[in-house]
Design a protein around this ligand. Structure first.
Ligand SMILES: Cc1ncc(COP(=O)(O)O)c(C=O)c1O
Ligand SMILES: N[C@H](C=O)CCC(=O)O
Length: 430
């Protein structure tokens, strides 16, 4: 595949943006080479500035669950554009989106819209601290909650991929109240609560991890977290920025049947527009300004274009749920990729929840960051480039989840498996 226009644009981009990108996850840092510069998207496909077509398994890192340019979302955004780009004043779309979130996400009684997932998690932990009057937050190694200073410790996603799980610029003072725990380790959680229980404001976690590749929690881990937070008066803060409306219409909390105190949302809730949200029990949410005293604000919060895209997306997910189809496509792809690795005698494992999955170049199915980080990332890079050059656009890191959309077809999945078979079979060759 030739990409001369991509090359020219990215060469200039590197002069004017750090690393040529506006988010490190898309920089191909872990796989080498230059990122592809995109021109447009439609359904399950991306088209680059050289006219090459790709089957898209990133979906803008999760939001595009309906596929790109879904007609209902396009119509809604067009109608919103005709009215206003931003009000900075209350608008009916905010009510409608918040009503939908409350209807669909079981634990949310009241919600505040923000502009990104990072803002959602940052605001949720501030609320947990303001509500409990305590300082400490527990987070899990390999989980990622955006670039909130106090949560950029042992962080997953591009922080782990690019080797800065603890970023320079984040002071020791900022993170002194963050306690790191092993994911899927109830005993570790018990130890931490035994030692610090009365000072812990909340536990923030990815209910199904996507940011160290897909890692699935045990029921015992979630149950222990729920019991310990109740017992010690801390809040259970479920970061569903990635899993919300993805693994089920009510998110991971519906699928795995637990009730957190606070939930953070992003990605799908804005249908591809910049948005985030946090919500939970009314009694807790009433502490947010101006109802309460915990400060949180945003010039573009509840932006009408973003709410229009979010409303159209959530209505579609509620009224024509794609989850059965996504499960079938996910099973087809997951089984096919694992079989391709096995046929090529490459040590690998596959983790999947519905349309979110990871082929790990690791014979052990990872359960935490210690096991996930033992994956063969050199092999992953070769696999990634092999697929990209065959028109399959996968996340450019072993430590990111792959997403399928409702616009993918069994034929797209079959073509992807065929490409993976070819790439992986070639691994034995010199
Ligand atoms: C679980 C999780 N939380 C929070 C975030 C931060 O969201 P954003 O990138 O919109 O700030 C992300 C993704 O980046 C995420 O995957
Ligand atoms: N893993 C991240 C979000 O889920 C990737 C998106 C980004 O940081 O650009």
């Amino acid at each position: 595949m030739q990409r001369p226009n991509s090359h020219a644009i990215f060469t200039r981009a590197k002069e004017i943006m750090p690393g040529g990108v506006n988010s490190p996850a898309r920089a191909f840092g872990a796989v080498g080479g230059e990122p592809v510069v995109m021109d447009r998207a439609s359904g399950a496909y991306l088209f680059d500035v050289d006219g090459n077509q790709y089957i898209d398994y990133i979906g803008s890192w999760g939001p595009m669950i309906l596929g790109h340019q879904h007609p209902a979302v396009v119509v809604a955004v067009r109608a919103a554009v005709e009215k206003a780009f931003s009000f900075g004043a209350p608008s009916p779309g905010e009510n409608e989106l918040c009503e939908l979130i409350i209807e669909l996400v079981p634990s949310i009684e009241m919600v505040r819209l923000v502009s990104s997932g990072t803002e959602a998690t940052m605001s949720a932990i501030r609320l947990a601290r303001g509500y409990t009057g305590r300082d400490r937050i527990i987070k899990f190694a390999g989980n990622y909650h955006g670039h909130v200073d106090s949560l950029l410790v042992a962080a997953g996603s591009s922080a782990a991929t690019l080797g800065v799980p603890n970023s320079p610029g984040v002071t020791a003072g900022t993170t002194q109240d963050t306690i790191i725990c092993r994911y899927n380790d109830p005993a570790n959680l018990e130890e931490i609560f035994a030692e610090h229980g009365s000072t812990i404001a909340g536990v923030i976690f990815e209910p199904i991890v996507g940011n160290m590749g897909t890692v699935i929690p045990t029921a015992e881990f979630l149950q222990t977290m729920r019991e310990l937070t109740w017992k010690h008066g801390a809040l259970m803060i479920c970061d569903e920025v990635m899993t919300g409306f993805r693994v089920a219409v009510g998110g991971a909390q519906q699928l795995l049947d637990f009730t957190p105190d606070l939930t953070t949302l992003g990605k799908i809730v804005g249908g591809g527009m910049p948005i985030g949200a946090y919500g939970g029990r009314k009694e807790v949410m009433q502490h947010v300004l101006p109802a309460g005293k915990v400060f949180q604000a945003g010039t573009l919060s509840g932006n009408p274009l973003a709410t229009a895209a979010g409303i159209a997306t959530l209505k579609q997910l509620r009224d024509q749920p794609p989850y059965e189809k996504l499960e079938q496509l996910g099973a087809q792809l997951g089984d096919g990729l694992l079989a391709a690795a096995q046929a090529a005698k490459i040590p690998a494992s596959l983790t999947r929840v519905g349309s979110m999955l990871t082929l790990f170049f690791n014979p052990m199915q990872p359960t935490d960051w210690d096991t996930a980080s033992q994956s063969d990332t050199t092999r992953f890079a070769r696999y990634f480039w092999g697929l990209l050059n065959r028109g399959v656009y996968m996340p450019c890191s072993q430590y990111e989840a792959l997403f399928i959309s409702a616009a993918h077809s069994p034929a797209d999945i079959q073509a992807t498996i065929a490409a993976a078979q070819e790439v992986l079979a070639g691994f034995g060759e010199k």
